[in-house]
Design a protein around this ligand. Structure first.
Ligand SMILES: Nc1ncnc2c1ncn2[C@@H]1O[C@H](COP(=O)(O)OP(=O)(O)O)[C@@H](O)[C@H]1O
Ligand SMILES: O=C(CO)[C@@H](O)[C@H](O)COP(=O)(O)O
Length: 498
């Protein structure tokens, strides 16, 4: 059997893993950082050619002998980014990203045109929140009128990489549901939401076909030659990074809870049917295997820890050592880490807040701990909605860069009162993309092991050395601090109302 490549175009970097399904091991990997253009108005943008150049650089770092054995490639990407193309497939403007809060007025305008947030949920399963793709279109109409005039196709980041790899335009249901335009119950575009976004043109014409999760498309021969891949290599449907991390953490059956600690913080679980919350307390997305993926996403996870580490002059990679003398609750120091504005809770104009400072507790270590805790309190807030809805979990599967911190692993176990398991394959999204490609190839071959849950069960391996068990004393300390988090959140909401 050949090798399977998984690419993850994240916010901070591109990651590439090459997986050998026979050996059950990652045989090569490469990562390369990405720039981010940030504006005071909350804009967060990247250029599509940065992604392509970085993907090229990652492939170049893999041994050519391994590249020559790659049978299929799966692509994962940060969700929601708006990639506008003209009719010749040229990119018209920088991509506004999932963490771009400059379009919150346009979110309100779309929801008003559709009949309000509750009506959006009735129509398509989700309100139009800051970060989702939909509001970036009217923003483009207002601020980039030339790009709007020439707009022929809308893609998401991973769709664009698929287009570059294959020359074919498509979307799949998982990432497409993060546009805000997909009716997640019918798994098709909502005409009402499209019309509410742009009453003057048929946006449906700008959206490429939605292909099934097990689709395979041949790579472009010229690009295969350039990247050193076989001309027979294929590209699977791919998906949003959370959809791919679901596969890469074995979250393809009900009852598993995954948490990703990256630029964003996310919590998600698999559902075999649409999982819509009438109050919109979670994102009712589709997954990239034919199911659904109720998801909580915060915009400030490692955003907050990186900011504190930078301020205090250390690397987050060394953060655990600094935390040695600290304890749950950070000695009373509490951070509401909404540095970039926030989606969960819905405070696009929010800012970070620090509470509980005394003459003795304001140390770099407590500050760093407060950032880590604050990132998890935000997720806890969303998790309670899932629990209210009757969902129960026995453990957390942790992935994303933050999963490399032993302190964060233990903190998650203690705060949520659940054991934390960490897959051996630490790049959950990139690994999930490789597994999706493997699954699609096995299905196309009619192979016996083509059932995804069986495939994930046999390929996603947990690393017992990285597991953490909850300690009840710490759980109680976090619960007390979490109550403060909620009361401070109530207090600051009016400050950031518009
Ligand atoms: N050992 C560590 N301790 C704490 N944080 C870490 C550690 N290793 C990585 N990280 C964090 O993880 C981030 C990268 O996470 P990742 O999931 O790759 O992000 P994204 O997919 O959003 O680009 C780093 O910027 C850093 O903040
Ligand atoms: O917006 C969301 C999910 O709705 C984010 O989770 C993005 O998908 C970006 O992910 P990372 O780059 O942080 O992995």
């Amino acid at each position: 059997m050949g090798l399977f490549a998984g690419l993850d175009v994240g916010t901070q970097s591109v990651k590439l893993v090459v997986y050998d399904p026979e050996q059950r091991g990652i045989v090569a990997s490469a990562g390369q950082p990405l720039d981010l253009a940030a504006g005071d108005d909350g804009s967060r943008e990247q250029r599509a050619d940065w992604w392509v150049d970085t993907v090229r650089a990652c492939f170049a770092r893999i041994d050519p002998a391994l590249r020559g054995r790659i049978e299929a490639v799966g692509v994962s990407g940060q969700q929601h980014g708006f990639v506008p193309l003209d009719r010749d497939g040229n990119v018209l403007a920088p991509a506004k990203l999932w963490c771009d809060t400059s379009t919150s007025d346009e979110c309100d305008e779309i929801m008003e045109a559709a009949g309000g947030a509750a009506r959006c949920i009735e129509l398509a399963g989700n309100p139009i929140l800051a970060g989702y793709t939909a509001s970036k279109l009217p923003w483009t109409r207002k601020h980039r009128s030339q790009a709007y005039a020439r707009l022929a196709t809308i893609l998401l980041p991973h769709d664009y990489i698929n287009y570059w790899l294959t020359g074919e335009l498509w979307m799949e249901h998982g990432d497409a549901s993060g546009t805000g335009w997909l009716d997640v119950r019918r798994r098709d575009w909502s005409p009402e939401l499209l019309a509410a976004t742009d009453p003057d043109r048929d946006l449906r014409a700008c959206l490429p076909p939605l292909l099934a999760a097990d689709t395979l498309v041949p790579i472009r021969a010229a690009l295969a030659d350039e990247l050193g891949l076989p001309r027979s290599a294929q590209v699977s449907a791919g998906g949003g990074d959370n959809m791919m991390a679901a596969i890469g953490t074995g979250n393809v059956v009900p009852g598993v809870l995954s948490m990703s600690l990256g630029t964003s913080g996310t919590l998600f679980t698999y559902a075999g049917e649409p999982a819509v919350d009438p109050q919109g307390r979670w994102a009712a997305f589709c997954d990239s295997t034919g199911g659904w993926l109720p998801l909580i996403c915060t915009m400030n996870c490692t955003v907050a820890t990186e900011a504190v580490a930078r301020l205090c002059g250390f690397s987050s990679r060394d953060g655990d050592a600094l935390l040695a003398g600290t304890s749950p609750g950070a000695d009373g120091l509490l951070m509401l880490p909404f540095l970039n504005g926030e989606r969960t809770p819905d405070l696009p104009h929010g800012r970070g807040n620090l509470f509980g400072m005394t003459a003795t507790n304001l140390t770099p270590a407590n500050l760093y701990r407060a950032a880590m805790e604050g990132a998890l309190y935000s997720l806890m807030n969303g998790y309670e909605a899932l629990v209210d809805a009757g969902l129960r979990f026995e453990a957390i599967r942790l992935t994303g860069g933050g999963s490399q911190s032993a302190v964060w692993r233990q903190m998650a176990a203690d705060m949520f009162g659940l054991p934390v398991d960490v897959p051996e394959q630490s790049e959950g999204a990139a690994f999930g993309a490789a597994l999706q490609a493997l699954w699609a190839v096995r299905r196309a071959a009619g192979a016996g092991d083509s059932d995804l849950s069986a495939l994930a069960a046999s390929h996603v391996r947990l690393d017992p050395r990285l597991a953490a068990q909850p300690h009840s004393g710490a759980t109680a300390a976090y619960a007390a601090q979490y109550r403060h988090f909620l009361s401070h959140l109530d207090a600051i909401r009016p400050l950031y109302a518009d």
